[in-house]
Design a protein around this ligand. Structure first.
Ligand SMILES: Cc1ncc(COP(=O)(O)O)c(C=O)c1O
Length: 352
C-alpha cells in the first residue's frame, strides 16, 4: 500500500500505531546489555515494573503476544495435557495452533458468552476425568478484553474459583489488559488476582513498536524463559524495545479512556445519523466499534474510504471492526464521520 503515513487514518487495528517522538527519544537513550545473560538494565527494569504493578513475582519480556501466550501455556502444560479455552479466543484461532502444533498440548474449546466470558457450567463440563482415553485438563485460558468487551471481575472470579476447586491453573490473555482495567475502573492488581499468569501486549493500545510481557509466579519463570529460548525469542540488546515499553506503561495507560470515549462518540454519531439503526448494527466496547450493514453498498465501503485515506478492515461478512488508538485524534474521528455520511448519502439506507 502506498499511503503517506502522516495523512492516513488507520482504523484496522490498534497494532498500527507508530512510536511517538518522545517514545523514540526513550528508545534512543536506552541503557542496554545482553538480556540472554540477564544483563539488560532496561529489560530488567520493565520486568520488575510490570510484576510490581500486577502484584506478581516475576515477568518475562516476550517478542509478541503470540509468543507470550505460547510460552505461558507450555510453562503450565506438558505434552498430553490440555487447555480449556474459549472457541473465539486468540489462542484458539489466531496463533497458528502453536500450543498443539509445537507443544503437544490439546485445545478443549468451549463457547464464549456474549460478554466475552466463559460460563462456569461449560468450564465444569469441559474438565475431563482422570481416564487414559483423555488428555489431562490442566489450564484454563481466559481473555480480557475479548473482541473489545471488558469481562467483569465478578465473571473472572467465578472462572478462577471454579478452576482452583478443580485443580486447574489459569492463564489470562490480556493483550489489552489495560483497556479492560480502564473500562472496569479497577486496579491492575485486582484484575490480575484472578489469573496465575497474564500476558500483556505493549504493541497494541499502549503504542510500543513490539513486545509483550508475561507476568507469572516464580516457579514458572525459569520454564517460561526456556520456552521463549526454544521459540527463538531470547533477544540480546532488547533494552531498546523495553525502553519503549517502559515509556508506554508510564505514559499511555491513562489515555486509553480517550480511545474508549472516541469509540462511544463515533457509535453515538452513527446512531444519530441513521436514526432507526438498532444496537445490533453498531456496538462499541472499549476501543472497538463493530459496524454491520446488510445492504449491497457494504461491498464498496472499504475502497471508498481508502480513497479518502482512511483504512478500514472487514471483520466478517458484512461487519467492519473499527479500532481507536493513540494515532486517532478528535480531528480524525470528525473526518471519519464526515466520510461515513458522504458514503451513505443520499441513499439513506434502511437498517432494519
Ligand atoms: C487477544 C489477543 N491476544 C493475542 C494477540 C497476539 O499478539 P501478537 O500479534 O503480538 O502476537 C492478539 C493480537 O492481535 C490479540 O488480539
Amino acid at each position: 500500500m502506498n499511503f503517506k503515513a502522516m495523512d492516513l487514518i488507520d482504523l484496522r487495528s490498534d497494532t498500527v500505531t507508530r512510536p511517538s517522538e518522545e517514545m523514540k527519544k526513550a528508545i534512543y537513550n536506552a541503557e542496554v546489555g545482553d538480556d540472554v545473560y540477564g544483563d539488560d538494565p532496561s529489560v530488567n527494569y520493565l520486568e520488575n515494573k510490570i510484576s510490581e504493578m500486577l502484584g506478581k513475582d516475576e515477568a518475562v519480556f516476550m517478542t509478541s503476544g503470540t509468543q507470550s501466550n505460547f510460552s505461558s501455556v507450555l510453562a503450565h502444560c506438558n505434552r498430553g495435557e490440555e487447555i480449556i479455552v474459549g472457541d473465539t479466543y486468540h489462542i484458539t484461532g489466531d496463533e497458528a495452533g502453536g500450543v498443539s502444533v509445537l507443544g503437544g498440548v490439546a485445545m478443549n474449546t468451549i463457547p464464549v458468552e456474549k460478554d466475552g466470558s466463559l460460563c462456569p457450567k461449560n468450564i465444569y463440563k469441559a474438565i475431563k476425568p482422570d481416564d487414559p482415553h483423555y488428555s489431562i485438563s490442566k489450564l484454563l485460558c481466559l481473555e480480557n478484553t475479548s473482541r473489545g468487551k471488558a469481562v467483569s471481575l465478578k465473571k473472572m472470579a467465578a472462572s478462577y474459583d471454579l478452576a482452583k476447586k478443580s485443580d486447574l491453573s489459569v492463564h489470562l490473555d490480556g493483550a489489552r489488559f489495560f483497556n479492560a482495567t480502564t473500562e472496569l475502573g479497577c486496579s491492575p492488581k485486582d484484575h490480575a488476582s484472578f489469573s496465575d499468569t497474564i500476558s500483556i501486549c505493549l504493541s497494541k493500545g499502549l503504542g510500543a513498536p513490539a513486545g509483550s510481557l508475561l507476568v507469572l509466579p516464580k516457579d514458572l519463570a525459569k520454564k517460561a524463559r526456556r520456552i521463549r529460548k526454544l521459540a527463538g525469542g531470547s533477544l540480546r540488546q532488547s533494552g531498546l524495545l523495553a525502553a519503549a515499553g517502559i515509556y508506554a506503561l508510564d505514559n499511555n495507560i491513562e489515555r486509553l479512556k480517550d480511545d474508549h470515549a472516541r469509540a462511544q462518540n463515533f457509535k453515538n454519531e452513527l446512531h444519530q445519523y441513521f436514526g432507526n439503526m438498532s444496537e445490533k448494527r453498531v456496538s462499541a466496547d472499549t476501543n472497538m466499534v463493530f459496524f454491520s450493514d446488510i445492504s449491497d453498498k457494504f461491498k464498496e465501503i472499504i475502497p471508498f474510504f481508502e480513497k479518502e485515506n482512511i483504512l478500514l478492515s472487514k471483520w466478517s461478512g458484512n461487519t467492519l471492526r473499527i479500532v481507536f488508538h493513540l494515532d486517532v485524534n478528535d480531528e480524525a474521528v470528525k473526518k471519519l464521520i464526515q466520510v461515513f455520511k458522504k458514503f451513505y448519502e443520499p441513499s439513506v439506507i434502511s437498517l432494519n
